[in-house]
Design a binder for this molecule. Structure first.
Ligand code: BGP
Length: 489
């Protein structure tokens, strides 16, 4: 009756993940509109500390400047790595590695350039037809995010972003359009990438400009509520279009552990872990968890809802739970008492003395991935998908086109081992797409030099370079991992 699983399932979806705004480029080609991501600048002279500030705070002044054709600033995400024109070559390289799946996103701005049009842009739709056909040629399953940090800028400037309920209709129109168009080409969908990040960066997740909101918490949770409803309505539309399709949620999951066994640290950890679990609770179960009332009251948030919202959320929870996992963090109720405690930007946690950190201060904790998979499966009993996991580093291109990225191999190997452990634990995990299978623009810092790929792209932070694609050492390593279905790591 009980059979322990010691191997990855035969049909396990091995692959890599990217996002349209970070790799496509060609932002003024094919009728594409300007997206939120197209407004971020990068300047080598900018102090390092400011690189990711834009991610957290966007001002009207920056947005206006970005729309000024006379602006001399460099906007890296408008250029990406020019996947738009290199997609055949890039997909051929994914196929050479043996990818079974490729997680990507559709740029909303290619389909509805401003977001509020009634008729979609055919040129944008046909671009993704070509991409899906190319994937199909190699038997690679597309796993598609509808919204990955790049909604139309117009929806932010004209409507105030997701805080405005009208966004639900615009999103559902976009979602239904692509579900219908690609129903024979795409089976796996995700609605909002890292939906819980609305609380970290409301501009890029919600199109909300903080200057407009005296109580930004109100805007964040109102926006999140609208995304929950939109996600449920999109799931409904997807099922109507193709009953066999699977729709997932996607959260940024940082495993949090108590800094000590002090009961205050333990409770603080439970509270803080809800920065991710609140979102999976709503989307996987279809209703707000019991702690919502207290949590909102403490933030002075009063949600405006419509009577039908509750039912639609209950009727259309997601089919699977996907998440990104890069690191874990420790939580202390009294960080001021810990000497040298460094706050983690994303989680607000403190440094765990047992773990090493990457060059960007991310705490490397492979075993945490197994814990995360177990936690999520215990909670929801829904299939899980590791949508992102990877190691951002400054790679060096050496003589003879060599990139010896052993540090990346070691990071990925240790994490994949833990996915296998979780499978033996009984967790139903059906795919693993490592982040940034090809180098592209970093989401948080806007740099090119924070690289995650198996494939190096010859381009620097200011977009200079040949854009030549070069296989790294990890390319050959991952190819063998896939070929042996995770038996040889
Ligand atoms: C996730 C995002 C990705 C991505 C990755 C790495 O949060 O979903 O878009 O880029 O993190 O982050 P970064 O590029 O900032 O290193």
């Amino acid at each position: 009756m009980f059979q322990m699983k010691t191997k990855f399932p035969e049909d396990f979806l091995w692959g890599g993940a990217t996002a349209a705004n970070q790799l496509e480029g060609a932002s003024d080609v094919g009728g594409k509109g300007l997206s939120l991501a197209d407004v971020y600048t990068f300047d080598e002279k900018m102090p390092k500390e400011q690189w990711s500030d834009q991610w957290h705070l966007m001002t009207h002044k920056q947005i206006e400047e970005a729309q000024d054709p006379a602006s001399k600033k460099y906007y890296p995400k408008r250029h990406g790595i020019d996947f738009y024109h290199h997609y055949k070559e890039d997909i051929a390289l994914f196929a050479e590695m043996g990818f079974k799946a490729y997680r990507m996103s559709i740029a909303w701005t290619r389909i509805f350039p401003n977001g509020d049009e009634l008729v979609p842009n055919e040129e944008g739709l046909s671009f993704y037809d070509r991409v899906f056909d190319e994937l199909n040629k190699y038997g690679i399953e597309p796993v598609v995010s509808l919204s990955h940090y790049e909604m139309p800028l117009h929806l932010s400037t004209k409507y105030g972003g997701w805080v405005n309920r009208k966004l639900i209709d615009f999103f559902v129109r976009f979602a239904s359009t692509v579900f219908d168009r690609y129903k024979n080409k795409v089976k796996y969908w995700m609605t909002f990438n890292e939906i819980n990040c609305v609380t970290h960066h409301p501009y890029v997740s919600l199109g909300v400009i903080e200057e407009n909101h005296p109580n930004i918490e109100q805007a964040k949770f109102q926006g999140a509520h609208h995304q929950f409803v939109a996600s449920a309505l999109a799931t409904k539309a997807c099922k109507e279009s193709n009953p066999k399709a699977m729709v997932g949620c996607m959260v940024s999951y940082q495993l949090l552990v108590p800094y000590s066994c002090d009961p205050d640290d333990v409770q603080a950890t439970v509270d803080k872990q809800r920065t991710s679990l609140f979102f999976t609770d709503v989307q996987a179960r279809g209703y707000y968890p019991a702690y919502t009332a207290k949590m909102l009251a403490e933030k002075n948030v009063v949600l405006e809802t419509e009577p039908e919202d509750e039912q639609i959320m209950r009727d259309y929870p997601v089919d699977y739970v996907s998440f990104s996992y890069y690191m874990s963090s420790a939580v202390s109720a009294h960080p001021e008492r810990i000497e040298g405690a460094v706050g983690n930007l994303l989680t607000g946690g403190v440094k765990n003395p047992y773990l090493p950190t990457s060059d960007w201060g991310w705490q490397v904790d492979p075993k945490g991935l197994r814990t995360a998979l177990n936690q999520l499966y215990d909670l929801y009993q829904k299939p899980l998908f590791v949508a992102e996991n990877g190691y951002g580093a400054l790679d060096v291109l050496e003589e003879g086109d060599k990139i010896e990225d052993d540090y990346r191999i070691s990071y990925l190997k240790e994490h994949i081992k833990q996915v296998k452990e979780a499978i033996a634990d009984g967790v139903d995990v059906f795919g693993y797409t490592s982040w940034g299978c090809i180098d592209m623009i970093s989401a948080g810092t806007n740099q090119m030099s924070k690289r995650y790929g198996y494939i190096y792209v010859d381009q620097d932070d200011m977009g200079r370079g040949t854009k030549r694609r070069i296989k790294k050492k990890s390319f050959y390593w991952y190819k063998n991992v896939i070929a042996t279905n995770g038996e040889q790591l």
